[in-house]
Design a protein around this ligand. Structure first.
Ligand code: ZN
Length: 226
């Protein structure tokens, strides 16, 4: 395995390209985006610390269905060639079980996100995303631009700017030079759509595969050491 430090907006795998490596995410947040013919993208899933990027190779996928984009700089991961990962899954049932947990998490996320994009407001979705990303990065100061958030949410940049301005006027967030600081988490939780709670519940149900738990994850480290 090769330890790598990931940069903000780094693309780990383009949609349609061969999945040459999978990534065990040690820290940070990776957005999985479906992309249309015109290059417009929308986030259909996400992977936080202790999760796995590229888990669907276990189902036989050889090319990525989605684009995997790193949200924050200085994220850490272990990169493993896909062939070595599949051999590892055959030799190590706990590794295969972990990958299946990750696949199930992404399936549930995709189903929830389909509902979210169709039915929930930009404001509710933006608050949901900020909270999810904040939990994953374990900080209230997110190194993300509004342009990046707008792309992930599949909305116009101007629409997101209006929403961010309203949240800032209310004193719930502060946006400064490509950063978003969460000022009042409780108010964001009140505004965020129900998908935020469901996403956390899903992760809790699935246990340690892509958990929000703070600090080192011994079970994850033990799996990587096998
Ligand atoms: Zn929602």
């Amino acid at each position: 395995m090769t330890p790598v430090t990931l940069n903000a907006h780094q693309v780990l795998c383009e949609a349609g390209e061969p999945i040459e490596k999978v990534y065990f995410l040690r820290s940070g947040f990776v957005s999985l985006c479906s992309v249309d013919e015109n290059g417009r993208a929308v986030e259909t899933g996400s992977i936080c610390a202790h999760g796995l990027v590229g888990s669907d190779v276990l189902l036989g996928s050889t090319r990525a269905n989605v684009c995997a984009i790193v949200a924050f700089s200085a994220s850490e991961a272990w990169g493993v060639p896909t062939t070595a990962f599949l051999q590892g899954c055959e030799a190590c049932p706990s590794l295969a079980a972990f990958a299946k947990h990750q696949i199930r998490s992404l399936l549930l996320q995709a189903q929830q996100n389909a509902l979210c994009h169709a039915l929930h407001s930009i404001e509710a979705r933006f608050c949901r995303w900020l909270l999810q990303a904040s939990n994953a990065a374990r900080t209230n100061e997110l190194d993300v631009t509004q342009e990046f958030c707008a792309r992930l949410l599949g909305v116009q940049r101007t629409s997101l700017s209006i929403t961010a301005h309203q949240l800032q006027q209310a004193g719930y967030i502060r946006t400064v030079r490509g950063k978003v600081r969460i000022i009042d988490r409780n108010q964001l939780e009140n505004i965020a759509c129900e998908c935020y709670g469901r996403h956390r519940h899903t992760l809790d149900q699935l246990g340690w595969a892509g958990s929000y738990s703070a600090g080192p994850n011994r079970e994850y480290d033990r799996l990587l050491a096998e």
